[in-house]
Design a protein around this ligand. Structure first.
Ligand code: C5P
Length: 261
C-alpha cells in the first residue's frame, strides 16, 4: 500500500516523476452512531435496539472487528448517549467511543475525523492524512467481513477511494402528489451503501468545505468527495447490507442475522 508523490513541471506542462516517496497507508474505521433514528419508531435511538438479544450496533461492530486490516475502530456517539451502552465490555481492545456526534450524520463524521486527525498530529500511530478511513453506518448491522474486505481490496491502490453500492434493480419513478410523473432510466443508477473508504485528509477537507453551509447536500462521504471534484469508485455490495430504517426492517434484520448462525 503506497502513495507516490511526483512533481509537476508547470513550465513544460508535463508531469515528471523527479522524486518518489513511499508512505504506507493504513486502514481505520469510523462508525457514525449518533442518530436519533426517528423513522424507526423506537423509544431509544435505533442503533441501541436489541436484535436477536444484542444491540444493533454490536452486530455492526462484530463485522468490523473481524476485518484484520482495520487498525482502530472509532464509534462516534451522541454526547447524550455516552452512558447508554450496556454491552460495551464486549468490545475488542482496538475499538473505542468518541462522544462528539453532531446534529447531522455529516457533522458526526466530520467531528470524529477532526478529532482523529488532531490526535495524529502528536501521535504517528493515530490516523494520518494519507491513511484510509472507512466510514460505516452503525445502522447497517448486516454488513459482512467479506464485503468490507472486497471494498478494501478494490480501493487500496485507487487514487480516490470508493464505496459499496448496488446497481438499481427496479424501475425508477419520480412522483408528484403521489402519482408518477416520469420513469427514469436505471442503467446508470446505483444505491449507495457503506462502508465508504477515502483518504482521511481528503475526506476531512471535503467535509470542511461544506461545514459552513451545514453540510447541505452531503448525504454520505462520497457526495462530499464528489462536490470536491473527485469521482469515487463503485464497488458492488449486497442487498442484505441495507440500513435498518423503518419498524419492519428490524424483523428482517433479525431473520437474516439468525440465518447466518
Ligand atoms: O438516520 P440514518 O439512518 O440515515 O443514519 C445513518 C447513520 O448515521 C446511523 O448509524 C446514525 O446513528 C448515524 N448518525 C449520526 N449522527 C447524526 C445522524 C445520524 O451519527 N446526527
Amino acid at each position: 500500500m503506497t502513495l507516490n508523490f511526483s512533481e509537476k513541471d508547470t513550465a513544460l506542462g508535463i508531469e515528471t516523476r523527479t522524486e518518489t516517496t513511499t508512505i504506507a497507508a493504513r486502514c481505520f474505521a469510523l462508525v457514525p452512531c449518533a442518530g436519533s433514528g426517528s423513522r424507526a419508531g423506537t423509544l431509544k435511538p435505533k442503533q441501541y435496539e436489541l436484535i436477536g438479544g444484542k444491540s444493533m450496533v454490536m452486530h455492526t461492530l462484530a463485522a468490523l472487528g473481524a476485518v484484520e486490516r482495520l487498525q482502530h475502530v472509532v464509534v462516534v456517539v451522541s454526547p447524550d448517549d455516552a452512558h447508554a451502552w450496556p454491552d460495551a465490555p464486549e468490545w475488542p481492545s482496538h475499538f473505542r467511543r468518541m462522544a462528539c456526534g453532531g446534529a447531522t450524520r455529516a457533522e458526526s463524521v466530520f467531528n470524529g475525523l477532526t478529532a482523529l486527525l488532531k490526535e495524529g498530529e502528536h501521535n504517528p500511530a493515530a490516523v494520518q492524512a494519507h491513511d484510509w478511513i472507512l466510514v460505516h453506518d452503525a445502522a447497517r448491522c448486516l454488513v459482512t467481513e467479506l464485503e468490507i474486505n472486497r471494498l478494501i481490496d478494490a480501493c487500496l491502490d485507487d487514487e480516490v477511494g470508493g464505496l459499496l453500492a448496488l446497481p438499481l434493480p427496479d424501475t425508477l419513478k419520480t412522483a408528484v402528489h403521489g402519482r408518477v410523473s416520469q420513469t427514469l432510466p436505471r442503467q446508470d443508477k446505483w444505491l449507495a451503501q457503506t462502508p465508504q473508504m477515502f483518504r482521511a485528509g481528503q475526506l476531512h477537507a471535503a467535509l470542511q468545505a461544506k461545514a459552513k453551509e451545514n453540510f447541505e447536500g452531503v448525504t454520505d462521504e462520497a457526495s462530499a468527495m464528489e462536490m470536491a471534484g473527485f469521482a469515487p469508485k463503485l464497488v458492488v455490495g449486497s442487498p442484505h447490507n441495507f440500513k435498518v430504517t423503518y419498524p419492519s426492517d428490524f424483523a428482517l434484520a433479525e431473520d437474516l442475522l439468525g440465518s447466518r448462525k
